[in-house]
Each structure stands twice: as C-alpha cells, then as structure tokens.
Unconditional design. Structure first.
Length: 333
C-alpha cells in the first residue's frame, strides 16, 4: 500500500514538472504553532518545507506561540497571507475559535484551507484534513490502560484524566475516544475517579504546557491521601504526562501510576526508559506532511484526491487522510 502511495507522489511530481510553464498560482502559506511548547512543530515545519520544495510550491511559513496572544497573531498572519494573494493555506490552528471568529475564510471564499493535524471545527471553507484519527488515539491510550487493569487482577483501580485544552479541537476528540471504552468501567465501579472529574470540561488542562499538566495533576492529588496517587493516569500527550511526573515527584510519590502519552518526544522516550511513563504514541509526521502536500497539490492543480475516510461535522463532509499511529513502550527503544 505504501509503495502505491509513493508512486502517486512521484506521478504528482512528474505532472508538476510537465506543466511548470503553465500560469498557475503555486503560492502556499503554512501557519503553524512555534516549537516553544511542543517540539514536534519544528519537525512538521522541516518536513513540510522539504516536501513542498520537491513539489515546487512557493511556500511562506508563519509561526506563532501557543498562547492567547499567539492565537491572535496567527489570525493576523492568515490575514496577511490572504492579502498577499495566497489561495491555498495550510493551517494548524492555535485556537480554532479565533480563526472562525475572524470571518476571514468567509470573506474570501476562493481561499482553500488544508487543516494539518488540527481541525478547524464548524467552518465550511475547510477543503481537506491531514491528521491522525484523533478518537483512535484516545482509544489506543485507553486500551493500553485497560490491558494493564485486566492483567493486574485487581477488582478495581483508580484513574484520573489529564485532557488537552479546548483551543485544540483534537483534545476533545481524544477524550471522547477514550470514554467510548472507559464509560462502562466507570459506571460499574471497576475504575474509580476519586476527583470526580469525568467529563472533558472538568478534565481539560489550560494548555499543552508542562506547567499546566503539573497543575492539573496537583489538583487530582488533592482527592487522595498523603503519599497516595491514582493507579492509572490518562494523560493526553507527553507534555501533560511530564507535568504529572513532576507533580508526583514533588508530592514525594515514588510508586508511580501507569501514565499514557502522545507525540513520542525525546522527553517521553527518556521517561519511558526510566519507568516514569508507560507509553506514548508516534503519529508518523513524515507521512502526515506527505498527505498535506498531496492535498495542496490537488487544490493547485484542480484535481481530486480519493480518500478512504471522510470527516463529517455540521452537515459538511471533509475528505481526510490519516497518518499511521504506532504504540511505543519500553520495548520500542
């Protein structure tokens, strides 16, 4: 399957070279968060720069911090790109609500957007989504915890949730994917949430920052006795997992919970090797970048991309390509 995919990429590149003299708008603007909070955005930027160069796109990259101010800055970057005549935008939204509130995509209906990793919800101007199956990430993290639960032989275990921020639409999907599997265990008392924070609105962190993950874990520990902690922690990503590790260490707890993660960061790999974190998920950022480039080329050439999946929201169906998700544990390194 992979050979077929890369053959399609090669054919696309050939088509570009054969028609390079045709007058065509090859401009693409890429709007990403900077790497101050999540290192992976530097990897995404590098991957996209390399692949877009192979396609011959005239690429302009913009980055902004993952803060409220950064979200506002990203809206202004989007405005500038559109004013500069760019018709194809690759967007990883820092706060999708601010993108929608700006009204820019409605004002310029000829501008088409490819969402890279993060979905901009409730916006009919989104042409394509290049991401991972976000609910599947939540399910995979949960299955790992459930396998531990069933293997340990205990009648019940305690569990707490560290969800991502509401500015990232994916965070809610991760949580809902997890709850598809966990709901019955919580209902029948097999898994006990001592903090009582079982909904996304209760479990979400203020940001993806390690400090906010630590704050969230400290909050959960208030429901436990001195020196006690939950048996399981479903942390949505590696930064929140690191925050949990730091909060537990500060509380003097050495018998750590089974903690999940996502992004396969260098920090997570170190934590997994040292037994502080149990697992992480690798989202194959190279394939995600190739999928994004395929969509961009489709928009520029007026061709279509056949996808096996579609994302339907608010009555709008958006074609999507998902990159592979790989479970990483101590045996992986």
């Amino acid at each position: 399957m992979k050979k077929i995919f890369y053959c399609l990429i090669a054919l696309s590149l050939l088509a570009i070279s054969c028609t390079k003299d045709e007058p065509k708008n090859q401009k693409v603007a890429v709007l990403l968060p900077d790497s101050a909070v999540l290192d992976r955005w530097a990897t995404d930027k590098s991957n996209l720069e390399s692949i877009f160069g192979k396609y011959g796109f005239q690429s302009t990259f913009y980055t902004a911090p993952e803060t409220a101010e950064g979200a506002t800055q990203q809206v202004e970057q989007l405005r500038k790109a559109i004013k500069d005549g760019v018709k194809t935008i690759v967007l990883t939204a820092i706060d999708y609500k601010k993108i929608n509130d700006s009204g820019l995509l409605e004002q310029y209906p000829d501008v088409k957007v490819v969402c890279h990793d993060r979905l901009v919800l409730d916006n009919p101007r989104i042409a394509y989504i290049s991401s991972t199956d976000t609910r599947e990430i939540g399910r995979m993290q949960t299955m790992f915890l459930l396998n531990h639960f069933h293997a340990c032989g205990a009648a019940s275990l305690t569990i707490e949730f560290l969800g991502g921020p509401e500015t990232d639409m994916n965070a809610k999907d991760y949580f809902e994917g997890a709850m598809e599997l966990l709901g019955k265990y919580i209902s029948d008392g097999s898994l006990v949430v001592k903090s009582g924070k079982t909904s996304y609105s209760q479990a979400k962190a203020d940001s993806w920052n390690i400090a906010d993950g630590k704050k969230a874990m400290q909050d959960r520990l208030e429901s436990y006795g001195l020196g006690e902690c939950p048996d399981l922690v479903l942390a949505a990503n590696d930064n929140l997992a690191q925050g949990a590790v730091e909060a537990l260490a500060q509380a003097g707890i050495t018998d750590l919970p089974v903690i999940t993660g996502q992004d396969n960061t260098v920090m997570a790999q170190s934590n997994i090797k040292s037994g502080k974190q149990a697992m992480t998920l690798d989202k194959n950022l190279t394939d995600m970048a190739y999928n994004t480039a395929l969509f961009v080329n489709s928009l520029m050439s007026g061709s279509s991309v056949q996808t096996r999946e579609n994302f339907t929201v608010g009555g709008v169906t958006i074609p999507v390509l998902y990159s592979k998700i790989t479970l990483k544990t101590i045996d992986s390194y």
